[in-house]
Design a protein around this ligand. Sequence first.
Ligand code: ATP
Ligand code: MG
Length: 685
Amino acid sequence: MNAPARLNAQQHDAVTYMDGPCLVLAGAGSGKTRVITQKIAHLIDSGVYEAKNIAALTFTNKAAAEMQERISKLLTEPKQASQLTISTFHSLGVKILRQEAAELNLKDRFSILDSDDCFSLVQDLAVTTDKQTIRRIQGVISLWKNGMVDPVVALKNAVDDEEAQAARIYQNYMATLSAYQAVDFDDLIRLPVELFRSNDKVREKWQRRLRYLLVDEYQDTNTCQYELVKLLVTGAGKKPMFTAVGDDDQAIYAWRGATIENLKTLQDDFSDLKIIRLEQNYRSSTRILQAANAVIKNNPKLFEKTLWSEHGLGEPVEVSSMPDDEQEAEQIVMQLSAHKFERHAKFSDYAILYRGNYQARIFETALRRDNIPYTISGGQSFFARSEIRDIISYLRLIANLDDDPAFIRAVTTPRRGVGQSTLETLGAFAGQWQCSLFEAVFKGGIEAKLAPRQLTPLREFCDFINQIEERASRPGASGKGENAAALLDELMHEIAYEAYLYDNFDERTAKTKWQNVLEFTNWLKDKSKGGKHEDGPEKNLLELTQMVALMTMLEGRDQEPDAVHLSTLHAAKGLEFPHVFLVGVEEGILPHLGDPDTPAEQLATRIQEERRLMYVGITRAQRTLHISWCKKRKRGREIVQCEPSRFIEEMKLDEGDAPPKEDEIITPKDRLANLKALLQKPKAA
Ligand code: ATP
Ligand code: MG
């Protein structure tokens, strides 16, 4: 059944316009994403496009999953939703690469390196251990890649020695990746772009396949992503067909190479671009919207926009100052519980949003202490844990025996008698023969370099991996290799990881780590069956590893059904929550100011981006918004004094929204205590 589409006149125009390229440019909560979902349903139901020819690109896996679900509810035939391509740019890139690997001289079992692996790689190539230098080089390489600048051009255009040095590292970096048969996250988009540029046949094949493109959060696409869109929609005798939606005030990825200029480029590149503006906000109360508008007014405007809401004035935006970060976490969690109790709300109605990933930990602890379920997104909180990365290294190695970083991690964790000097000798030998470490273990001549006591554990390890790898790909009942869940169990048993944890960590830590591992493997098993509802396609081990690599990039685990959302502001983009706690709103955190020596002009640009981030944060809230800042906070071992963020002042909260007096902050605790006491009181006989 088709759900009745509630659309205003402008939204309706955007949904039904099918004559050419279309850009919806509008503020937060104005229904841009809704336009995308409704439009997909319209494209199909009008009979002009088939589901399999439509692709929608989102910014996070979570947004993609949510969109998929929303659309299946809208379609006359919900089954068609599974034929749609709804994914992030990166997932689409993987899909293209997997199918066209041969065209790129890539074997179809290529590995996807995450940013930690790339960090180690740059570290090796740059011959330095200074983390900041490595990160800087890593950042520059990423910007070059996303800007489609190849190493030769980068070197030629280098303005100083430092940049020239980075360009040389870039060149080696690329060579190493290709020797590893590996790609990094930037390649997932850059390589398809290169392929489409150089190979018309392949490009036309994908154009026939993806005939209508929709792009959400368009303001955050970078040059490379824009190029991919352009290559997919333009061609000789082809009318470009796509709908992009975006909001320049929510552009928060400039640091990753996204350019707001893309919004303007679009108008230049597509002269018949139809631009539609939406002005009504359907998400937030008027007070919340006013605060958001007041903040963003301090940024220069690219496009004029006005946003209004029909929802009532709503509750005042609250601001609290907290004595320190620990008490902030404790207070917020208590306020949240009391609030939930009073309003009969669900945990999932609440979000705690913060600027940096590191801020999550203290809230996690406070929530855990009170047994409040929560999920984390935007952090690598779960996947970045060393125990999870250990297990992932095995999976990656099984998926690609030439994945050297994975080899090194797996062969040394748990230790199996393979020492650093053995690995160095092996590495030198592999370098000499231009082969992977795994291959080197069995290559003729290695016996002359390594003593039997060094070589034996290496060979045993490789035999073991080989055997699992073979079984993972040997056609089983499903025709796709042995059951991933059973293999995973066997792997865990064989490597004796649990014992390793108890040997190397104190009991409590080992226990927590092992529980994390179990949670991870259970989750993997669940995924191998096609997800919770078991309706997706069954996955083999190789497919699982590639999926994991992608997930670790931007977000965390699957959502629990009723849990408080802990999220960075970046990862909260596009989402909405009835009640939002925006925490740590201090100078130096939000806005994050970075290096004190940053030149004034650069600093001004940064503050504008931080302001957009604040705008994103405020506009996630539907009904209540609570802002907090700390007077003191721990940074490393130091305690630093903090000032409220300039953005709080900019919100221009009126009298009714004035910060509560400090002694009032305690109230929720008492209120909660009272509520708890009330609950525990035995009923009068
Ligand atoms: P953001 O910029 O934050 O991504 P958005 O512009 O994509 O926001 P949506 O998430 O699509 O906004 O919509 C915000 C909320 O308003 C959603 O809950 C959506 O269902 C609701 N909404 C959008 N359009 C309408 C409408 N015409 N009638 C009623 N509700 C609407
Ligand atoms: Mg949206």
